[in-house]
Design a protein around this ligand. Structure first.
Ligand SMILES: [Zn+2]
Length: 128
């Protein structure tokens, strides 16, 4: 059994998730030649160790996550939203609804880790 700590829902059994594949793949532009698309779609490394993967929390928050998982021991070293901006989006939605902020509700979760400022994401035009 693999336990995945969803940044939105907490620790959950992997049965709630659907494996989405290699999270390190960078897909080519839509008009790229077939060779680039072939390589992106069909060539995969069979990693013996830590791998970046995508997982979809199908029976939870339905968010896509980036999970760093050891393919041998199944140890998970990090979990974060696949969409870097989801923390900003959720903060804005919660503020509009009169609630708190997503960032403060999950403490030191990796959400928004791309923004090291730790500042509020509430736009100035939302203040009354
Ligand atoms: Zn979730």
């Amino acid at each position: 059994m693999i336990l995945i700590e969803c940044p939105f829902c907490g620790v959950r059994d992997h049965a709630e998730f659907r494996y989405g594949g290699d999270g390190s793949i960078h897909y080519p532009a839509l008009d790229a030649d077939l060779e680039h698309w072939h390589d992106a779609l069909y060539l995969r490394e069979n990693i013996d160790g830590m791998q970046l993967e995508t997982w979809h929390h199908v029976f939870g928050c339905r968010q896509w996550l980036l999970v760093e998982r050891d393919t041998v021991s199944h140890e998970i070293s990090s979990v974060k939203p696949a969409n870097n901006d989801i923390g900003v989006i959720l903060d804005s939605a919660l503020t509009d609804a009169g609630g708190g902020t997503f960032s403060s509700s999950v403490g030191s979760s990796p959400v928004g880790s791309g923004d090291a400022s730790g500042s509020s994401h509430v736009p100035d035009n939302k203040k009354e």
